[in-house]
Design a protein around this ligand. Structure first.
Ligand SMILES: [Cu+2]
Length: 311
């Protein structure tokens, strides 16, 4: 199981964020200890003595002390502000005139992923080359979502009609998990994203594969499945490159068989799980915008054979 803690950063941007968080935590802890100590000392030293009827010693207005406890917190807050502003500048510079390497769009409840330079389109899983700075363009497709991969960088809102940008620079290969971080409706919790960081050559090969059209199956269940896909309503919501299906309501399925998970992480991508999804998406992900299409077991078998073959 891949971890997804902001305390194991895999990018210089996230290291800055992580350091800032730990720094503020330490300063906050020191302030807490100091204030608690002063309160305890005051309670003990200035308490009413046993047997005494006199009111404990009272003191009003000591200018030096008051100046000190006004200036000290101001200095602490200003120092923290300085570090925060510095981290903000380092972790979210604007795009400049750099074209986006990826365009990611949040939908209820999945992620559309495009690589504009190559024309590749995929969903829910993004591949990145290791050691390279990539510019993500983030869009909201319906309501506000928020792109967050804790080990990679800061959270960034995806707002309909307002483009946001995020630089990411993974320095380590592996699979890293993220999630939508802005409540966006019923299945918000199942809007997960996977980031697969690969060596450059592996990434290039993957990207090349993504630009190819779907394979036309020669016969058998998969060929039946290909026909069903066009006849059933699948084609009115999904796109499969190289076929008549080019709708954008649901994820692009051209290379669905090459993905690790189904429906933004709700199931691992196995033939059994895909059959479960097609049999009744509403029991797997209640409220999802893919309806129960009342498919027969045979139709499901054929569609599974077709879709899993699209690597
Ligand atoms: Cu969302």
């Amino acid at each position: 199981m891949p971890v997804s803690s902001p305390f194991s950063p895999i990018s210089p941007q996230e290291r800055d964020i992580s350091n800032l968080f730990v720094g503020i935590l330490i300063v906050g802890a020191a302030v807490f200890v100091l204030v608690t100590a002063f309160v305890v000392i005051a309670m003990i030293r200035y308490r009413q003595r046993r047997g005494s009827t006199e009111e404990p010693y009272q003191e009003f207005g000591r200018r030096k002390l008051e100046i000190a406890w006004t200036i000290a917190p101001t200095v602490v807050v200003l120092v923290l502000l300085g570090f925060t502003v510095k981290t903000m500048a380092a972790t979210s510079p604007g795009p400049g005139d750099h074209p986006p390497d990826l365009v990611i769009t949040g939908y209820q409840w999945w992620w559309g992923v495009q690589y504009p330079a190559s024309g590749a389109v995929t969903a829910n899983e993004i591949h990145l080359p290791v050691g390279k700075r990539m510019l993500l363009q983030l869009e909201g497709g319906d309501v506000i979502h928020d792109f967050w991969v804790p080990q990679l960088g800061r959270k960034m809102d995806m707002i309909p009609g307002h483009t946001n940008w995020l630089w990411v620079e993974p320095t380590q290969t592996g699979t890293f998990l993220g999630a939508c971080a802005e409540y966006c409706g019923a299945e918000h919790a199942w809007m997960r994203i996977r980031v697969i960081v690969q060596p450059q050559a592996e990434f290039d090969a993957w990207l090349r594969q993504q630009t190819l059209a779907a394979v036309t199956p020669p016969g058998g269940d998969a060929a039946q499945g290909a026909m069903l896909f066009q006849q059933q309503t699948c084609a009115s919501c999904h796109a499969v490159a190289g076929t008549a299906a080019n709708a954008q309501v649901g994820p692009n399925l051209t290379h669905f068989g090459g993905r690790d998970t189904i429906a933004a992480g709700v199931l691992d991508n196995t033939p059994e799980n895909l059959a479960k999804w097609l049999k009744d998406p509403q029991s797997v992900k209640p409220g999802s915008h893919m309806p129960d299409l009342q498919l027969s077991d045979e139709q499901i078998r054929q569609l599974v054979a077709y879709l899993e073959a699209q690597k």
